[in-house]
Design a protein around this ligand. Structure first.
Ligand code: IMP
Ligand code: MG
Length: 425
């Protein structure tokens, strides 16, 4: 497929990174299109664990070019640390490109994120406190700093002169903190800017030219559909567009140029941070899933909230993303269960809903209607072909496929590249 996207069908942490790594093998260009280092994409190769926050998960393939595109927010210190770590581990990241139009997470964005969360008290979003929201807020308010500004000292001074009075008004008068000076900010970011400058490209031109040359381009989403700023459970969302449409908004891809969308859904559901979660399991079942699935945040280490597969959510995500097929990850986490619950619809005010309602207050009031699937009570970790899967596991996959109205093209049964069962070539 010349142009395809990988998107999260739930609340993030579905396992997009591992599928991005797999599909990147055949890709000429891998493009990360939104989010920042709030993401944590885990890729395991030969027992070695890589955790990517900003660098596209295609980086382990030496024949693939990686691009951090316009729609991403880049913390320069984090990017440089990630590149240094890759170099230390012998991964060639010399070809990584960063779009000049990507916005920069400045140190004051991180300070503001923490202060805003503390200020909200019980109403906190539960952000990753990486400065994501404040950086996108400045972008929308047209006072942001872009990578092209960061690497040009004159432009950087000019942008800071525009934004720092606003930042300092908030820091000092609302949050009772010290003001920041332009000199301190510039001194902090300068060494990172020097390292990033040689990597700066016109991201959209890179994408347009790759598509014109009919190269294989893979668009990598971060987070998931239900923390999309518009389609998610607002205000408990991230500040960007994880949905497939975000690949258009954030890279230079036109809407008709996407040939396939692979939706990634975990075989159960997790969520980090606050907000509605109708299919959340009771604490005993949640603890089982959390332990078996090692559901602790890659970025923050927080325990994730756990629940059952919610077919309503994924059905809605299939529609919102034009998912051509879905991959079900971590199927092996369910190995020991006698019965597996699946939310198939919601009850709200005496009505049955087949879709996630757009009002998050209604969504929070939805009562899931559960159906049960039989557990397979077998270790799936060695499965490589559909015929290696027990009938109960195949029935679970078939049930999900029917409920979400999309073919299942793959399942994963472990963290390594080879722990993947493909259902079609
Ligand atoms: P922010 O993106 O740090 O502003 O956080 C906003 C919400 O999105 C919080 O509930 C976070 O826990 C959640 N979030 C952000 N990034 C991820 C991710 O990569 N996986 C899962 N949840 C995330
Ligand atoms: Mg993650």
């Amino acid at each position: 497929m010349p142009a395809s996207a990988i998107v999260g069908m739930q609340w993030g942490d579905e396992g997009k990174g591992r599928f991005c790594d797999l599909l990147a093998e055949d890709a000429d260009l891998v493009v990360r299109y939104q989010g920042g280092n709030n993401a944590g994409h885990t890729v395991v190769v030969g027992g070695e664990v890589f955790k990517f926050h900003l660098v596209p998960s295609g980086i382990l393939h030496s024949n693939t070019t990686c691009l951090i595109a316009d729609g991403v927010v880049v913390d320069p210190a984090v990017l440089c640390a990630e590149l240094e770590e890759l170099q230390r581990r012998g991964v060639d990241a010399s070809g990584l490109q960063v779009s000049g139009a990507a916005h920069v997470i400045m140190p004051y964005h991180v300070t503001l994120d923490k202060a805003e969360e503390a200020h909200k008290g019980a109403g906190a979003i539960g952000t990753t406190t990486r400065g994501i929201g404040p950086a996108y807020a400045d972008k929308a308010a047209r006072v942001g700093v872009r990578i092209a500004d960061l690497v040009d000292p004159d432009r950087l001074s000019g942008r800071l002169a525009g934004v720092l009075p606003r930042v300092n008004a908030l820091l000092v008068h609302l949050y009772g903190q010290d003001a920041v000076s332009a000199d301190d900010v510039i001194d902090h970011v300068r060494p990172f800017a020097e390292l990033i400058r040689p990597r700066v490209v016109d991201g959209r031109a890179v994408v347009i030219e790759a598509l014109a040359d009919e190269l294989d381009v893979l668009f990598e989403g971060a987070q998931g559909t239900f923390i999309d700023i518009d389609y998610g459970t607002y205000p408990f969302v991230t500040s960007s567009h994880p949905v497939a449409g975000g690949a258009c908004l954030g890279t230079g891809l036109g809407p008709l140029d996407l040939d396939a969308v692979l939706g990634i859904a975990k075989s159960y559901t997790t969520r980090v941070g606050a907000g509605p979660f109708p299919a959340e399991a009771d604490e005993a079942d949640a603890a089982l899933l959390r332990e078996a699935g090692q559901e602790f945040g890659t970025t923050t280490g927080r325990p994730r909230r756990c629940g059952w597969f919610d077919a309503c959510m994924v059905r809605t995500a299939v529609a919102l993303n034009s998912a051509s097929s879905i991959a079900i990850t971590k199927l092996d986490v369910l190995d020991d269960l006698d019965v597996i619950k699946v939310a198939v619809a919601y009850e709200l005010d005496g009505q049955t809903l087949d879709w996630v309602p757009s009002d998050p207050v209604d969504f929070a009031r939805c009562k899931p209607v559960f159906e049960e699937a039989e557990g397979w009570k077998r270790n799936l970790s060695g499965a490589r072909k559909p015929r290696d899967l027990p009938p109960e596991a195949l029935a679970y996959i078939e049930m999900i496929s029917t409920l979400v109205e999309a073919p299942v093209s793959a399942v994963s049964v472990g963290a390594e590249r080879e722990d993947t069962v493909w259902f079609e070539e």
